[in-house]
Design a protein around this ligand. Structure first.
Ligand code: SF4
Length: 688
């Protein structure tokens, strides 16, 4: 046994899937992944993982991994050496910038990549090419939550830690399928609910596992969350149950805010949302009565026309009830990808440098100009939604996108694919030939998390290090190395020899990460931003003050925006989201046998009532058609959905891909697509 163990390596890593940020040792022998062993000192998960973290690693050695750069040759790709691919990129980048200017180019970072890689991508865009056209996929998910928190409390991240959620007296989960999307975090809530008497309220369209377990489950009509949240807040204020001491000491704009609640009476809320007045009163009583409330929310809240406003309403409720700045309370917009928090934190946003400092702030810009020895663009750039429009309008000619399957995850796919075809030059960097990569002119082979060093930041703002377990496969390279080579071809003189040097540079410029260093993150050590220069971090935010000039939070009035209307013909509402076994479109999970044997394909959840009315059975093949496109998928009859509500999981890259149905309508404040506002008609293609 000793002999056999000789070549076995144990390497600490962080899960590549969701934002919970489970850390564990991974056992490898050569390229073989033997097992995943969580360690008690892992801060987010201890000894737990879910099926994806435990069994979702086959993709790393998949035969479909890209191992060589690819260059388009008519309708095909041919393999090429790095030298040829990079030379082609260099000449096209230079030519485009000279002919059309830097703003004709755009960059997309990845939430699967490390913080250091996000930092370099925005530096390439800003400092080397000279444009703020840089974004990342949080535009598709939690940007509205960030907006709601910026408006009210100043930082766009979870206000406490996962342990605070665990300790809270009452958890309110809105539009989050936590048990499937953030399984290890959900386990902690389930445990507190069962063993410690934690109260669990769930609001969602679909009766998922958390809803089954909840003390109270409400199903407000789609897109109406702002109305019942505001009605509860108003009722609390009308009864005089607000936390007046907290409001007096720590919050501004109370009167104006209270006046804005006038329309949100219980009668109005009952009429709009379908949730009874008595239920809303019961919720208000419990929320006002307990000492600590945590609100968890996700895409069911954010992916609407009024996603930012609803997120703001959540934060307003927490302020009114004094649920910030103490352990066991606060706001928790649960992050989807392992590093979607970090992608934004490190400046892959069109209007923000790392640390969320504004590109329009002259002092900040000067700091970066000095730090990077360049002059920088002054105007905010295009977000990824605007980039697609700009391609259609002819302003945007070139895109460089890494680790993001925009051609599947953006809304209104037919429109997105047309834009890809219109680009003069398109570089995609990924580990697989994704749907998006199929439209590229050059595809660069990158390395997944196990093949590189770096840091990820989980949903609780926690930095964790990942160590390299395997060599890059074939000719693939870590993203940070590829970005550096592209930058140097464009005239930069970067010479990072390890990601720790990139972090040191970021920490010297970005105040939120001032004290972050690889030494402080050794092994299972972690830090939660903001991290002061002496290394003090903040597991719970706002203990003393809010990050506004006078240290006080703001109550921010918001109004309800009605969801999109599709007309009578499109009579079914199509909800969508994840399944436990698969991660988003399944680019990685479909390549793991342990997972596909359990959930091999996508299906459409249909209620028993609708099945009866339309003659649908398990396995009936149907076509759903919206004004923007159609999908083909088999039915699964279940009481998880009710009435004319159907549910289409995201995990399909083919004819069942949800985004053939979604529109280009988006949250009015952040341009996050209104993915959850989809209606469609159904026809049977094959009986069962
Ligand atoms: Fe990975 Fe999330 Fe599962 Fe943890 S809960 S193992 S981070 S997918």
């Amino acid at each position: 046994a000793a002999m056999r163990e000789e070549h076995i390596e144990k390497t600490k890593t962080v899960c590549t899937y969701c934002g919970v940020g489970c850390a564990f040792d991974i056992w490898t022998k050569d390229r073989k992944i033997l097992k995943v062993e969580p360690q008690i000192e892992a801060p987010a998960n201890g000894i737990s993982t879910c099926i994806k973290g435990k069994f979702g690693w086959d993709f790393v050695n998949s035969e479909e991994r890209l191992t060589k750069p690819l260059i388009r040759d008519g309708n095909e790709f041919r393999e090429a050496e790095w030298e040829e691919a990079l030379s082609l990129i260099e000449s096209k980048f230079k030519e485009t910038r000279e002919t059309y200017g830097p703003d004709s180019m755009a960059f997309i970072s990845s939430s699967k990549c490390t913080n250091e890689e996000s930092y370099l991508m925005q530096k390439l865009s800003r400092a080397v090419v000279g444009t703020n056209n840089i974004d990342n996929c949080s535009r598709y998910c939690q940007s509205p939550a960030t907006m709601g928190l910026f408006r009210t409390v100043g930082y766009g991240g979870d206000s406490g830690s996962i342990t605070d959620i665990e300790q809270s007296e009452l958890v309110l989960a809105i539009g989050t399928n936590t048990a499937e999307s953030h399984p290890v975090l959900a386990t902690r809530v389930k445990r507190s609910h069962k063993l410690k008497g934690q109260t669990l309220f769930v609001a969602d369209l679909r009766k998922h596992e958390m809803a089954e377990r909840a003390d109270l489950f409400i199903q407000p009509s789609s897109g109406s969350d702002l109305v019942w949240l505001s009605a509860i807040t108003k009722y609390i204020v009308d009864q005089g149950w607000q936390d007046q001491t907290f409001l007096d000491r720590r919050v501004n704009d109370l009167e104006e805010y209270i006046a804005s609640l006038a329309p949100y009476t219980l009668d109005y809320a009952e009429e709009v949302t379908g949730v009874s007045k008595d239920t809303l009163i019961f919720m208000a009583e419990r929320i006002a009565e307990v000492n600590t409330v945590c609100v968890l929310w996700a895409m069911g809240v954010t992916q609407h026309l009024g996603g930012s406003d609803t997120s703001t309403a959540i934060s307003n409720l927490l302020l009114i009830t004094g649920n910030y700045g103490k352990p066991g309370a606060g706001s928790y917009p649960l992050r989807g990808h392992n590093n979607v928090q970090g992608a934004s934190d490190f400046g892959s946003m069109p209007d923000r440098f790392p640390s969320y400092e504004k590109v329009t702030d002259e002092k900040v810009r000067k700091k970066y100009e000095q730090g990077w020895s360049v002059s920088l663009p002054e105007e905010p750039g295009l977000n990824n939604h605007e980039m697609i429009d700009a391609v259609h309008e002819g302003h945007l000619k070139l895109m460089y996108l890494k680790g993001e399957d925009m051609g599947l995850v953006d809304s209104n796919l037919n429109y997105v694919h047309e834009a890809f075809e219109k680009l003069d030059f398109f570089v995609v960097q990924d580990i697989f030939l994704s749907k998006t990569a199929q439209y590229a002119d050059v595809v660069l082979p990158a390395s997944p998390s196990l093949e590189k060093e770096g840091t990820f930041t989980n949903t609780e703002r926690r930095f964790q290090r990942l160590y390299q377990a395997l060599e890059p496969l074939g000719d693939s390279k870590p993203d940070w190395q590829i970005i550096m080579e592209v930058a140097n071809r464009m005239g930069a003189e970067w010479s990072y020899s390890h990601p720790s040097e990139i972090m040191d540079e970021a920490a010297s410029l970005a105040p939120l990460f001032a004290g972050v260093s690889y030494e402080r993150l050794e092994g299972y050590n972690s830090l939660q931003w903001p991290v002061a220069a002496d290394g003090t971090d903040q597991p719970v935010l706002f203990l003393d003050e809010f990050p506004f000039p006078d240290g006080k939070a703001k109550l921010f009035p918001v109004e309800w925006t009605k969801p999109l209307e599709y007309g009578e013909e499109y009579d079914l509402h199509v909800n969508n989201g994840r399944l436990l076994e698969h991660f988003h479109e399944g680019n990685m999970t479909y390549k793991s046998k342990g997972i596909t044997s359990k959930t091999p394909t996508v299906f459409l959840e249909v209620s028993p009532e609708l099945a009866e009315e339309r003659g649908l059975n398990d396995g009936t093949l149907v076509r759903l058609t919206s004004p923007y496109g159609n999908v083909k998928v088999e039915c699964l009859i279940t009481d998880r959905v009710k009435g004319k509500e159907v549910y289409l999981p995201l995990n399909d890259a083919g004819e069942g891909a949800i985004n053939y149905l979604t529109s280009s309508y988006a949250d009015k404040d952040t341009d996050t697509p209104a993915y959850k506002e989809v209606s469609a008609k159904l026809e049977i293609l094959r009986e069962k």
